[in-house]
Design a protein around this ligand. Structure first.
Ligand SMILES: [Zn+2]
Length: 457
């Protein structure tokens, strides 16, 4: 098959080229019109031809243990494909006492046969006993290249600094990378207690249970631990200009062998804490952790993503309907499930608010949404680029379409941060490993065809 007449994105910007693929792989990127013959031709005139998006941070169908789960694997992956993302990396979360391989197997059971896009799994570690840490090397061999630890969520997921250090040492030894949720669980718990003791239980108070100082303290702490242990580190969902500054300084001072990576998520770039003051529903929809921050932070984070201080753009997609959040809110804001949707929005919303506004080049956009997350997360030979030998994950994108955003697939309209946003750019067609899965903005597949991706750093 040949996609002809479109433009691929190179470092020089949009460049006319034809993309040739056979079966599941890209075979050639060639000058326009050079190869004809018997191939099937797809006309991409006026469109951008992009590599399928890579969202390295999602929570599809995540059970919370109280009968509530985030939007499921099928539904979330439907939004992903319709939004131009062909690969996601989700988190397998072990139950208390559960061996890590068992948690991974449980997550694969939930995903396989339901997921429409390709996926990998990070594995969360909340128990640093010798038994659990000993399970890490075998998982790395099976393609779980990344683990996650929390400094947040006291009494549930939180590791103290001593435990975090043990985890980092185990992860480094096995050749993997650690992802860290950097907020200080003690500080958040104390802030939450004060709020509840003084009757401040509405959703508008949620951000006050996640003070800026809490994130900055945890970021500083985990950067120091990374230096001490030499463990490759990604700080996920960085939400503050102050955190970014700490990362930047640590990179300046690092020795050559350390790997320090910063992830930012869509809602921390383009939605701000004003939503917590915009009424009950808006505040509920905006409940996520870390919370939305002030607009000044958003602007600094976007500048950081543009100039390379931040490495890639994810979503932390973890969608709950507004109805589910509302029902839980009766018990006070701490009961409200944390999370926002975004996997379907990431490409179009970032194109609208970063590229079409002239703040980010097309080349940097594709780098942060496709190539870098693939390279950093162990998919560098297969995903995130339009190049010979890579999977034929291809998106035809109309950069001129203008309309108001509607959540994709069965995403919840009322609970979305993006409903009604005037956007520029539309995903028209998508191929996953050479198979067309979206045509004219509609799903065309009959069977869930997503595959588990072993990842190796
Ligand atoms: Zn997350």
């Amino acid at each position: 098959m040949i996609i002809t007449g479109g433009s691929i994105i190179t470092d020089q910007g949009p460049t006319r080229a034809d993309v040739h693929f056979e079966g599941s792989r890209i075979t050639d990127i060639i000058a326009p019109g050079e190869l004809a013959g018997s191939s099937e031709i797809i006309d991409a005139g006026g469109l951008l031809v992009l590599p399928g998006g890579i969202d390295a941070h999602t929570h599809f169908g995540m059970p919370l243990g109280n009968g509530i789960s985030s939007l499921g694997w099928r539904e979330s992956s439907e939004a992903a494909l319709l939004g131009g993302t062909t690969t996601i990396i989700d988190f397998a979360n072990p139950a208390v006492g559960e061996p890590l391989p068992q948690a991974v197997a449980r997550w694969r059971d939930m995903a396989d046969g339901n997921i429409l896009c390709d996926y990998g799994l990070h594995t969360t570690v909340t128990d640093v006993s010798a038994d659990r840490l000993a399970e890490i090397p075998a998982l790395v061999q099976k393609g779980i290249a990344t683990f996650k630890g929390f400094l947040a969520y006291k009494g549930r997921l939180m590791l103290d600094p001593r435990e975090m250090k043990l985890l980092m040492e185990a992860v480094r030894k096995s050749g993997a990378m650690l992802l860290v949720h950097a907020e200080d669980g003690e500080m958040n718990a104390a802030a939450e207690e004060t709020l509840l003791n003084t009757g401040r239980t509405g959703p508008n108070w949620h951000p006050l249970a996640h003070p800026d100082e809490s994130e900055e303290k945890a970021v500083a702490e985990v950067l120091a631990l990374a230096e001490e242990t030499g463990c490759p580190l990604t700080i996920v969902h960085m939400s503050l200009a102050g955190s970014l500054k700490l990362l930047k300084n640590a990179r300046v001072n690092r020795d050559d062998n350390s790997i320090l990576v910063g992830e930012v998520c869509l809602h921390h770039l383009f939605a701000d804490s004003g939503l917590y003051k915009a009424g009950h529903g808006a505040a509920l929809a905006a409940i996520c952790s870390p919370p939305l921050r002030t607009a000044g932070n958003c602007a600094d984070l976007l500048a950081g993503l543009v100039n390379g201080d931040l490495d890639f753009l994810s979503t932390d997609h973890c969608e709950f309907s507004l109805a589910a959040k509302s029902a839980a809110a009766a018990g006070g804001f701490p009961r409200v499930p944390n999370g926002c949707g975004g996997v379907g929005e990431r490409m179009v919303v970032s194109h609208t608010l970063a590229v079409a506004t002239g703040k980010m080049t097309l080349a940097r956009w594709i780098e942060t949404c496709c190539r870098r997350p693939a390279e950093l997360m162990g998919l560098k030979d297969r995903k995130g680029q339009l190049a010979p030998g890579f999977d034929a994950d291809i998106v035809l994108f109309d950069p001129t379409a203008e309309y108001r955003w509607e959540p994709l697939g069965s995403s919840d309209r009322a609970g979305s941060l993006w409903t009604g946003l005037p956007v520029t750019g539309r995903v028209r067609d998508v191929w996953l490993r050479g198979r067309q899965v979206v045509a004219g903005g509609k799903l065309t597949l009959d069977q869930p065809g997503g595959e588990f991706l072993p990842r190796h750093l």
